[in-house]
Design a protein. Structure first.
Length: 206
């Protein structure tokens, strides 16, 4: 797929939340073809030459991009790889979310066990609402774009409403404190998720 695309097509290396904090200039497929030929030890030099910082984060994502555009996989192999990655990610993230919640919402009388139960409960809720959202979007993709936009925002509102109400009930903080801690928890969880996602992806497939 990548080999058949035009050199002028633009892409970038970093993903949120790292693209919000570090320079993430556009690169063309022509630039990525040079990355494809670059050795692992020279990725840092490639990054600097294309306007990126050379650090452990940018090298991780550049290495992942290099692997992705170099893969020679059938559609079945790609789907199997992606589902395998998300299966492991889901299992790994349960104790990580529990640890983040335990630290961010820590108070006297709170045990890690409590945060772990909440994380499992959240995982069950996610497994219900995420497939429901995907099914609705797939069924309605031929309808007006505005309808899809509204539907996506309704699911997001449901998701964050659940987080706010459940975190307030479980961890016992006042509303303002709960919302602030919820945002911190979401950002930390999203950051760790992205790092783990791309790290596992770097060591999957062929």
């Amino acid at each position: 797929m990548f080999d058949k695309s035009a050199d002028s097509v633009k892409d970038d290396i970093l993903v949120p939340p790292f693209s919000w904090l570090m320079a993430n200039p556009d690169v063309t497929n022509g630039d990525l073809r040079s990355l494809k030929k670059t050795t692992k030890d020279s990725i840092g030099t490639w990054l600097v030459n294309h306007g990126y910082s050379n650090n452990v984060i940018t090298r991780l994502f550049a290495a992942n991009k290099k692997i992705r555009i170099s893969r020679n996989m059938t559609m079945h192999e790609a789907v199997t790889m992606v589902t395998g990655i998300f299966k492991w990610l889901f299992l790994i993230m349960i104790p990580i979310i529990a640890l983040i919640c335990f630290i961010v919402f820590y108070r006297k009388g709170l045990f890690f066990y409590d945060a772990m139960l909440y994380s499992i409960h959240f995982g069950c809720f996610f497994l219900i609402i995420f497939p429901a959202m995907l099914i609705c979007l797939l069924l309605l993709q031929s309808f007006d774009t505005i309808l899809l936009f509204i539907l996506a925002w309704l699911f997001l509102l449901t998701f964050f409403s659940y987080l706010a109400v459940s975190m307030k009930k479980v961890f016992g903080y006042k509303w303002l404190s709960t919302l602030i801690r919820m945002l911190v928890t979401c950002m930390l969880t999203f950051t760790v998720y992205q790092l783990l996602h791309y790290f596992i992806s770097n060591h999957s497939g062929r």
